[in-house]
Every structure is written in structure tokens, then in C-alpha cells.
Design a protein around this ligand. Sequence first.
Ligand code: HEC
Length: 117
Amino acid sequence: MKAHASACLALALAAAGAAAGDAHRGARLYEARCGGCHGVDEHRVGPKHRGVFGRRAGSAAGFAYSPALAASTLVWNETTLARWLADPEATIPGQAMGYRVDDARDRADLIAYLRGL
Ligand code: HEC
């Protein structure tokens, strides 16, 4: 599985010129690391993610956000998502997501995936 992921990454980098994240790898990371709490089209422990890119933080209809996220005026884009995934609490103090992504490559690939939802 690791070998397959690197092969995918190498192919995607060759095709995309290495700058942007790899959405294909991001999809696999999402399933493994975010899917326990998030769904693309349904709220779980965390809010659904369809359309999250470009949306104001804490604004998916029907999800009971923490007061901190609900009051945030951040808009989700490459920069804000990268900050959030690296350290949610530093990005929006008082938020309720107890998870972070330490690897910058993983963050970039996850963001490339979220962007396409
Ligand atoms: C342990 C459960 C959990 C995991 C794992 C988790 N999240 Fe979350 N996430 C949450 C919760 C809960 C919230 C809402 C936080 C709040 O209301 O303060 C949230 C909020 C978010 C938001 C803000 C969405 C919005 O509508 O404003 C994004 C973006 C996000 N998560 C991305 C991710 C990604 C990407 C992953 C995987 C790397 C991930 N999360 C893993 C629980 C989780």
C-alpha cells in the first residue's frame, strides 16, 4: 500500500509539475484519517466537507459547531486549511477538533482533495 501510494504520488508529480498537492493521495489519506469523524456528504462527529473550500468556517448548515468555530470569520482556502490542519487550536482557539496533521505533504494532498469536493 505504501509502495502504491508513492507510485501514485510520483505519477501525479510528474503530471502536475510537483507544485500542487496530490488529490488522489489526499483522498486515501482522507478516508484513513478524517473519515472516522467526517463524511463528504453527511455530518458525523465533524461537519460534512462537500463545498468546504471557499466556505466560511463553521457554516455548514445543520451542524452543531463549537461557539468558537461558529463565530469565526475565516474562509477556508489553501492557507487557512493548512494552518487549521497543522494546529486547529492555534488557528481558532476554543474549537473542538481534536486532531492534527503534522506532515506538510499530507496537508497539501488533503487540501488538494478537499478543494475538489
Ligand atoms: C476526532 C474527530 C475528528 C477527526 C479525526 C478530524 N476532524 Fe475535522 N472536525 C472535527 C470536529 C468535531 C469539527 C468541528 C469543530 C468545532 O465545531 O469546533 C471539525 C471541523 C473540521 C473543519 C472545519 C469545517 C467547517 O465546516 O468549518 C475542517 C476543514 C476539518 N475538520 C478537516 C478535517 C480533516 C481534513 C481531517 C483529517 C485529516 C479531520 N478534520 C479529522 C472532528 C474531527
